[in-house]
Design a protein around this ligand. Structure first.
Ligand code: SF4
Length: 414
């Protein structure tokens, strides 16, 4: 496998829990932060050692060798601090984790290093500390510029604070900034969405992630909608909002390179591209997922269990630091070898999210068989109903297919 890996670090702390969120993140467990950062640094160190030093890890990922035959650290092309709210961590912890990543892996000189942030945390002091640590891409959770909707979403910031956070990031020298927005919210009108989009596009962030709200079962917002206390979002209106986002972002010069993501030329999120292109990634921290050389595995979700399990597993020799062994010891809650059929289906599901689509030559290069032979009936059916099309040797979603992506993906996963 020749790709550098994408490295994800999960930070499961939030100041408060937003009522729509079902991510693996917690409010009120701040006393765990020092032990948690110790465990995360230890997990990074152990993975770095295992992927560089142990011949047995060949079953996961071949260790790379220098020309003199010395084992060399695994290359890392991107780092992503996600959560949770990584910006909520005292910044010295970000510095320590970046230092540990550098000491444990070969972080490529042009590596993209992203940190997710909440607007209230984006202060000049923290920005300077993040830059010092090596963070070169900032993602800010703006969500909306409507204060009423921000309040409904339980966000801790106002629209003015979100814009100020962006300006602070620019003043601190960040030249690669993503803004996260949400649409399809209860009570949100098309006019309100336009009133968020237009000023956001005027700010010219390099990247925009715009996701339709999903009502996750079991969250407070889901319960409020269920009880009738909050109206259910209208899916047709949400589709109109998506089309408006497409239209305005395109007119402003953004490339709609993935179903929910737009970028100025050259600023696509390299870390997420690794997921969408089915390239290898390693996730550390509770609930984080990894995909390395045909194995998919996920860490146990509870931060307390995680801290405990990393301590217990840290005495393992590097040769035993493998998904199979870590699952037996309880650090991983799942680990499975991905068979070729599943890998092909996942490649379609992830690759079709991208406007570049899935190239027949690349698919054949990876699986030894072309798209038409593998998915003859699915492709014909989906072409016939106008959801898929060919452009050269690339199979892509049509404009309508982008609205109905989940229906298309299901056809390749069966
Ligand atoms: S800040 Fe983000 S991760 Fe934390 S609870 Fe809110 S939506 Fe979830």
């Amino acid at each position: 496998m020749s790709h550098p890996i994408a490295l994800y670090l999960h930070i499961p702390f939030c100041e408060t829990k937003c009522p729509y969120c079902d991510f693996n993140t917690y409010a009120g467990i701040e006393p765990l932060i020092p032990q948690y950062v110790d465990a995360l640094a230890e997990e990074l160190r152990l993975w770095g050692q295992a992927l560089a030093d142990s011949p047995k890890v060949k079953v996961i990922l071949p260790p790379q060798k220098s020309s003199e035959g010395r084992r060399v650290p695994q290359q890392v092309g991107t780092i992503f601090f996600g959560g949770g709210t990584p910006s909520y961590l005292p910044p010295q912890h970000i510095q320590r984790l970046m230092d540990t990543a550098r000491a444990s892996f070969h972080l490529l000189p042009d590596a993209e290093a992203t940190l997710e942030s909440n607007p209230g945390d984006v202060t000049p002091e923290r920005l300077a500390a993040w830059r010092q640590a090596g963070i070169n891409r900032l993602s800010i959770g703006v969500q909306s510029l409507d204060d009423g909707l921000l309040s409904l979403l339980g966000r801790r910031h106002t629209s003015a604070e979100a814009v100020q956070a962006y300006r602070n990031a620019r003043a601190a020298g960040f030249t690669n900034v993503n803004l996260d927005l949400m649409f399809g919210l209860p009570r949100q009108t098309l006019a309100q969405w336009r009133d968020t989009l237009a000023p956001i596009l005027d700010l010219r962030p390099e990247h925009l992630s715009m996701y339709c709200l999903t009502l996750e079962e079991g969250t407070p917002l889901w319960a409020w909608v269920r009880s009738g206390a909050v109206p259910e979002p209208d899916p047709d209106l949400a589709a109109d909002m998506y089309l408006l986002a497409q239209e305005l972002a395109e007119a402003a010069g953004y490339d709609h390179y993935e179903i929910s993501n737009w970028a100025l030329p050259g600023y696509e999120a390299r870390h997420n591209l690794a997921y969408w292109r089915s390239q290898p990634y390693l996730g550390v921290g509770p609930g984080a997922h990894s995909y390395l050389d045909g194995y998919r595995f996920a860490v146990a979700k509870s931060p307390r269990t995680y801290i405990q399990q990393v301590r217990e597993c840290s005495s393992l020799p590097a040769s035993l630091w493998t998904p199979q062994a870590l699952k037996e010891r309880g650090l991983l809650e799942s680990s499975e070898a991905i068979d070729a059929r599943t890998a092909r289906g996942e490649t379609m599901m992830m690759g079709l999210r991208l406007s570049e689509g899935v190239a027949d030559a690349a698919f054949r290069g990876r699986f030894g068989v072309g798209l038409r032979e593998t998915y003859a009936s699915q492709i014909l059916d989906l072409e016939e109903v106008g959801l898929l099309c060919w452009e050269g040797d690339c199979l892509k979603l049509t404009a309508r297919g982008k609205l109905l992506g989940n229906e298309v993906f299901q056809r390749f996963l069966g």
